[in-house]
Design a binder for this molecule. Structure first.
Ligand code: MEV
Length: 422
């Protein structure tokens, strides 16, 4: 099904109208509609997902519009508690569309499983012995997951590192596993646990940890886009964004916030699809420090037309099968809204979303500042938090914005004024 993610006026519709609109576009069933009407996830599903369940914690699920990635339109589901994130992403995607949208690529979905070997007398000698047994070890690992192998994945390679530590020189084996459409933690952890005794036999050492690495630098995604100079607000804005990027590139205090903005988008999509937000965050920030200092996950340049050219590159260990993605019906519905077929395609959407989110933040920061747009949207929260309901929420929010006084005390004052209550 081909969709057009450009939906003018989408933000002005009511919740029901938006739900119906997306439903028409992607074909919601009655059950899909019920799920989104906050009756939400069956109790037994929740109870199986984690321990000691007492309920659930609903967060808003929004849809970012305007995304065109590799010539295909996407509606992007996002679960996030922060106002203005979804609007900002949609806005940046609208600007990117002018020059063709986002283009994204990925490496193979290869994850690393680590095996820590202690008490090895001659680490470099042992490392070579492990490598000479590579084919046998890969076969043993693959025998543990025939289904993954059947789908073209499985253990593909093995590397050995000798790393100094405060205790001793450790031998660390990396098993490289192509996880196809799975996030891969279960497959990888099973494999590294499964070959640990062989590693002990070969090295004469003692294996301790056997676990996936979240620095998934063999499972990278890259996205790029050209942002039209005029749509951004002109040359001065382009130069401002470049200076904001240069700041992040030069200073880890700024880079942390810059990358946080990127993860505002990515994590929201990761959550909406039932994937592991912590794994993605850990991978992103570790990758940002891969050169020995913490830097930006994006880059910006100016092309000869004066347009802004942005890129992003980061690890993206996402699955479209298994785990909470399969168990959680709303995560399934998110995948339906997205219309992605593979984990690789999902990763491409995530990276494009991260780039859009970053561009939007830098543009706001380099021009009017972040608070104006943010507070405008946040004004509704403030109005509701002082007890306003229904149409009064918008009325109070609008007045606070007009008077440039977006504060609790003023919201209370307006509530009293509009309701005549004291
Ligand atoms: C706020 O959630 C995210 C920003 O701070 C990101 C940034 O500073 O680039 C606006």
């Amino acid at each position: 099904m081909t969709i057009n993610s450009r939906i003018p006026g989408f933000k002005d519709l009511t919740v029901e109208e938006r739900r119906n609109k997306i439903g028409e576009m992607v074909g919601f069933t009655e059950d899909d509609k019920k799920l989104l009407s906050l009756e939400t996830v069956p109790r037994d599903v929740l109870n199986r997902m984690i321990e000691n369940v007492i309920g659930y914690f609903p967060s808003p699920l929004g849809v970012a519009t305007n995304f065109k990635i590799n010539e295909k339109d996407y509606l992007v589901p996002m679960v996030v508690e922060e106002a203005s994130v979804v609007a900002a992403a949609s806005n940046a995607a609208r600007i990117a569309r002018i020059k063709g949208g986002f283009y994204a690529t990925t490496t193979d979905p290869v994850m690393i499983g680590q095996i820590q070997v202690l008490n090895v007398d001659t680490p470099f000698f042992a490392a070579q012995k492990i490598l000479s047994e590579k084919e046998r070890l890969l076969k043993k690992a693959n025998d543990l997951d025939p289904v993954l192998v059947k789908f073209g994945g499985g253990a593909k390679d093995l590397e050995v590192r000798v790393i100094p530590s405060i205790l001793e020189e450790m031998v660390v084996v990396h098993l490289l596993v192509d996880c196809r459409d799975a996030m891969g933690a279960n497959a990888v952890n099973t494999m590294v646990e499964g070959i640990a005794s062989d590693i002990e036999e070969i090295t004469g050492g003692k294996v301790l940890l056997r676990i996936i690495s979240n620095l998934a630098d063999r499972r990278l995604v890259r996205a790029r886009a050209v942002f039209d100079k005029d749509a951004l607000g002109g040359e001065e804005v382009v130069d401002g964004i470049l200076a904001a990027y240069a700041f992040a590139d030069a200073d880890p205090y700024r880079a942390a916030t810059h990358n946080k903005g990127i993860m505002n988008g990515i994590t929201s999509l990761v959550l909406a699809t039932g994937n592991d937000t912590r794994a993605i965050e850990a991978g992103a920030h570790a990758y940002a420090a891969r050169f020995g200092y913490y830097g930006s996950l994006t880059t910006y340049e100016k092309n000869k037309d004066g347009d802004l050219v942005g890129t992003i590159e980061l690890p993206m260990a996402l699955g479209t099968i298994g785990g909470a993605t399969r168990a959680h019906p709303t995560a399934q519905l998110s995948l339906k809204i997205l219309g992605v077929k593979t984990a690789v395609e999902l990763a491409q959407v995530a990276a494009s979303l991260g780039l859009a989110q970053n561009l939007a933040a830098l543009r706001a920061l380099a021009t009017e500042g972040i608070q104006k747009g943010h507070m405008k949207l946040h004004a509704r929260n403030i109005a509701a938090s002082v007890g306003a309901t229904g149409e009064l929420i918008d009325k109070i929010a609008k007045k606070m914005v007009e008077d440039k006084k977006i504060r609790m005390d003023y919201a209370e004052e307006l509530l009293k004024k509009f309701t005549g209550r004291n």
